[in-house]
Design a binder for this molecule. Structure first.
Ligand SMILES: [Zn+2]
Length: 447
């Protein structure tokens, strides 16, 4: 029996044509291979799981392939095979996260001057290159300034801003896109078919959403959900600890209808069922976001996350009303910022639910963007709690010594729902997308 191989490894693309969702990069690389006009240094930039390492491995074969097809490596010639099975000593993969010292790069520089033993080009793939130390970067720069003919460097990073400009300017830079849910879902369906896994559309869409732009994360989640049986959306939610879709929608509708008894019963049931307060609020936030988008752009189906069917979202948007939905999204964002993934989260969540139940209809003149200071509304605070919080605020102010006096001055009317209590707080610099969104006066769009 062969050793089990993770799905994302097993289905790693082997040619540029198999790389999903990065055609703007793979086409250019194919053209370079076909025309024989390759660079000696590449910099692949992008979030994790978007295909940087896969493309680097394919490129390492393509520049050495004896018989490339339309810019793709043939994967059959001797160089292709030896590179793929790892026996080619001229192809080095270095993880800068664990080899970040100047000695590693000096050793690399010393051996880099020799012509490759077997392949045409000696290729260095340096993953997470931003992790190199400054002296290592300087050593690398020396090679990049005058690279021998036979050298190709492929640097990959998730954090471009940490790579010195002197290095960046000597490389051809390629920006890898976050993969769309459609691209990820299609790949999941294709992998599932090859593996004889019964994966339904809802499950594929949910996994694609959870992958958040990363094919590797989505495939790892598929791995995690596979136990030989059929995989549907509920199975995925169960495995990753999300509340069931119906539970999240039911909770959101109960809040919209201000049905306190149902809100607390449903929250309790989800919480007991194992969904953490943070996860539950994330789901509510996705629902609120989708309902808002649908209320603004009725035809914007492809902008939705797939968190719920459009009828449920429409019903939510209608019951909430757009202004209240915005305030709700804002409240969720603030509460999520206050979660610590600890035992206190339940109380924080419940207080936020009370605030969501007791909010007034915001009017157009009231800003919906008070900054987060405390997840506890003034009216809910007991005296003892207030003393404890003020103590904590003082301590955190001492810790954050560089903060400006203005920032560290925490006023009571800075509470997330101060506007709901009728206080006038100054609108501040927005910090999140939801903050920025909620500063926008959507009532102007209404006909
Ligand atoms: Zn080949």
């Amino acid at each position: 029996m062969s050793e089990y191989q993770a799905l994302y490894r097993k289905y790693r693309p082997r040619t540029f044509d198999e790389v999903a969702g990065q055609e703007h990069i793979t086409q250019t690389l194919k053209n370079q291979i076909s025309s024989g006009r390759q660079s000696h240094a590449y910099l692949f930039v992008g979030t994790r799981g978007t295909g940087k390492t896969s493309c680097a491995k394919i490129l390492a074969r393509a520049v050495n392939c004896e018989n490339p097809h339309d810019g793709n490596p043939c994967n059959e010639c001797e160089p292709c095979r030896s590179i793929e099975n790892g026996s080619a000593t001229d192809i080095m993969e270095i993880d800068a996260a664990s080899n970040n010292g100047v000695d590693n790069v000096r050793a690399l520089r010393d051996e880099a001057i020799f012509s490759p033993a077997v392949t045409r080009k000696r290729v260095y793939i340096i993953d997470e290159v931003h992790m190199l130390s400054n002296s290592a970067f300087n050593a690398l720069l020396k090679i990049l300034e005058e690279p021998p003919e036979h050298l190709v460097f492929i640097l990959a990073t998730t954090e471009l801003h940490k790579v010195p400009a002197t290095i960046v300017s000597r490389c051809q830079r390629f920006a890898f896109r976050r993969l769309s849910r459609e691209v990820i879902a299609a790949q999941l369906v294709s992998v599932a078919a090859s593996e004889n896994i019964a994966l339904d559309g809802d499950a594929a869409a949910t996994l694609a959403r959870l992958g958040d732009g990363s094919m590797r994360d989505a495939l790892s989640l598929l791995d995690q959900c596979s136990d030989g049986g059929a995989i549907d959306g509920e199975r995925v939610r169960e495995v990753v600890g999300l509340p069931s879709r119906d539970a999240a929608i039911a909770l959101a509708s109960a809040i919209a209808e201000r049905d306190a008894a149902r809100v607390f019963t449903l929250f309790d049931a989800s919480y007991r069922g194992g969904a953490g307060a943070a996860t539950l609020f994330e789901e509510l936030a996705v629902l609120a976001r989708d309902a808002l988008i649908l209320s603004l752009i009725p035809s914007g189906g492809e902008l939705l996350s797939g968190s719920a069917d459009t009828n449920s979202l429409k019903a939510l948007a209608e019951t909430f009303g757009r202004a209240r939905l915005l305030a709700f999204a804002d409240l969720l964002a603030k509460a999520r910022g206050a979660f610590t993934r600890g035992t206190g989260d339940r109380t924080t969540a419940e207080l936020a639910l009370i605030a969501a139940l007791s909010d007034a209809e915001p009017t157009a003149t009231q800003p919906v963007t008070p900054p987060a200071a405390s997840p506890v509304p003034q009216s809910e605070r007991s005296a003892a709690k207030r003393v404890r919080e003020e103590e904590e605020e003082r301590r955190s102010e001492v810790n954050a010594g560089q903060r400006s006096a203005q920032q560290s001055e925490v006023r009571d009317d800075d509470a997330p729902w101060a506007h709901l209590l009728g206080n006038d707080s100054e609108p501040q610099e927005p910090t999140s997308v939801i903050d920025r969104l909620s500063q926008y006066d959507f009532t102007k769009i209404e006909e």
